[in-house]
Design a protein around this ligand. Structure first.
Ligand code: TXA
Ligand code: MG
Length: 331
């Protein structure tokens, strides 16, 4: 299959409406879209990504008013969170509409909906005229794509088109919140913090790790798979002053060790670095570049990537989750 590169949001929307699968930027990471009402198109997303069929897709809308095309019912919690944080990096899980094929939600009775705070994404959805099912636009298990070139690297020849418009992305996926119960439950941390949600609903809480890791009771199915993993092995360090020790240990095994960390730590400049090392002044900058850094390390042939755990504030909380998964067990 030839993958078309286009800069036209209208063309991308028309292709989506016709059942094609098209990658486009959102406010968080690139998404791989399909017409959510078209079972064949949705099926092709799973094939192109190599995604397990039991992992549900998020449905993207041009505005909150479009929710009836995806959800059966708007809960009070869902309404309040959408009002407060949409458009933005939040996915609200609600009872699923019968209008959508079961494959969109992997057979679950619920559906995650979100309105991206990205004019390009909303123009694409509006041009399609339909709700758009879209996971992140990467091969399953790999780091997400934060520019179209990374999408191309993973999915060229496997998808119909890529919208090649550059835009500023947060670099960490949306917060997924179950809004079907008596309190909001954060299934995946993201751009909207649990603390911000607790300001509206003090009883809001995060799904426990055991829920995420237990196959039978998993709340957000995607969180149990290996995720965000480059080819190189990822090793986390928490304080810069332990880096020198770890680097020396690794150097005895391999000289091809890429490193990324936050400014302001103890990292000694006398440390002999491999050619790929990068530091960040802000946690937002770290989040925006993290997936691309992992990809760059792979391109440069790194064997190990040493990653300083982001500070546990703001978007750093979600970034830490991604960093730990990148370093987690491989499937
Ligand atoms: O920022 C984002 O959310 C990006 C952009 C493209 O919108 N999308 C994204 O999609 O990260 P994906 O497919 O890579 O991750 C979606 C996550 C998975 O962990 C999935 O299991 C969970 O959301 N999810 C989707 N629908 C769900 C549902 N009905 N109930 C529970 N979890 C759900
Ligand atoms: Mg993903």
């Amino acid at each position: 299959m030839k993958t078309l590169l286009t800069q036209s949001t209208r063309e991308a929307g028309a292709l989506l409406r016709d059942g094609k699968i098209v990658a486009f930027p959102t406010d968080t990471v690139f998404g791989l879209g399909a017409n959510a009402t078209c079972a064949d198109a949705v099926q092709r997303i799973f094939e192109a990504k190599g995604r397990p069929s039991d992992n549900p897709l998020i449905v993207h809308l041009q505005d909150v008013e479009q929710w009836r095309e995806a959800a059966e019912e708007m809960t009070e919690i869902g309404k309040a969170l959408l009002q407060a944080f949409s458009p933005g990096p939040i996915t609200v899980v609600l009872p699923k509409s019968q209008l959508l094929p079961d494959s969109v939600t992997a057979g679950l009775p619920t559906v995650g909906i979100r309105v991206p705070a990205c004019a390009i994404a909303r123009a694409v959805i509006a041009a399609s005229g339909v709700p758009i099912a879209a996971p992140s636009a990467n091969r399953s298990g790999k780091p997400s794509a934060t520019n179209w070139q990374a999408v191309h690297e993973d999915l060229d020849g496997r998808i119909d088109a890529i919208l090649t418009i550059d835009s500023t992305l947060q670099g960490v996926e949306s917060t997924v919140v179950d809004c079907t119960g008596s309190a909001p439950v954060v299934l995946r941390p993201g751009g909207i913090s649990l603390r911000a949600i607790q300001e509206l609903f003090p009883s809001a809480h995060a799904a426990t790790k055991s829920i995420e890791l237990d196959d039978k009771t998993v709340a957000s199915p995607g969180t149990r798979y290996a995720h965000y993993q480059p080819k190189a092995a990822v090793i986390i360090f928490e304080e810069s002053n332990t880096l020198a020790v770890q680097l020396n240990e690794l150097k005895s095994k391999s000289s091809r060790c890429a490193t990324c960390w936050m400014e302001g730590g103890q990292l000694s400049s006398s440390n002999e670095q491999w050619r790929l090392s990068r530091s960040y002044e802000s946690v937002e900058g770290y989040a925006a570049d993290f997936y691309e850094f992992l990809r760059e390390a792979d391109r440069a042939g790194a064997e190990f990537i040493l990653v300083e755990l982001a500070p546990d504030t703001g978007i750093g909380t979600a970034l830490r989750d991604r960093q730990q998964r990148a370093a987690g067990p491989r499937s």
